[in-house]
Design a protein around this ligand. Structure first.
Ligand code: IMP
Ligand code: MG
Length: 181
């Protein structure tokens, strides 16, 4: 592959497969929220490319907001603790909220965010996760929209990182176990 960042990585989902799946999810969201307004809340930083593409795949009157949480630090291992680093800019009371996340893994992050957002009394609260790893779940939580369901693999690209690298890869790639940082 021409991009040297791909060294040692195997493509799991190509940009074309991602684009097609995002288009389908966008269509579904457009149907589900027909005639409504929507606030897409992206979880920084991993969900940024997914949010950018998904937002352009819906024809709903949509605004953006972003939150940032810390949970994984600089490694690929969870610390179990989730902390809000950046809160919403605008209150979401009475609004239709779609939380946009890169991966639903243990579920700790989205369980924490869902609890916080529900305290704002939104009109509705939905979750879109590009990837789902159901076998890793600790908290009982499901997304309303899932791009792809995958086994317990570590992936990078299309927003997702390993120690902050690889977020700009256009495809979703597999990180081989024991790969050097
Ligand atoms: P959860 O709280 O365990 O569900 O963690 C979700 C977060 O962990 C995601 O938003 C990602 O930032 C990160 N994460 C989980 N699995 C992966 C992976 O395979 N690659 C990169 N980041 C991951
Ligand atoms: Mg994340």
């Amino acid at each position: 592959m021409a991009n040297p960042t791909y060294q040692g990585l195997e493509v799991l989902y190509t940009r074309e497969q991602i684009a097609e799946r995002v288009r389908q999810i966008g269509e579904q969201i457009t149907k589900d929220l027909a005639g409504e307004k929507l606030v897409m809340v992206g979880v920084l930083k991993g969900a940024a490319p997914f949010l950018a593409d998904l937002a352009r795949a819906v024809t709903v009157d949509t605004t953006f907001d972003f939150v940032a949480v810390s949970s994984y630090g600089k490694s690929n291992r969870t610390s179990g603790a989730v902390k809000l680093i950046k809160d919403l800019d605008e209150p979401v009371e009475g609004k239709n909220v779609l939380v946009v996340e890169d991966i639903l893994d243990t579920g700790l992050t989205l369980t924490y965010l869902r609890k916080i957002f529900l305290q704002h009394h939104p009109k509705s609260l939905r979750i879109a996760a590009l990837l789902d790893k159901p076998s890793r779940r600790i908290e009982k939580i499901e997304a309303d929209y899932i791009g792809f369901s995958i086994p317990n693999l570590f992936v990078v690209g299309y927003g997702m990182d390993y120690a902050e690298r690889y977020r700009n890869l256009p495809d979703i790639c597999l990180m081989p176990p024991g790969a050097p940082e």
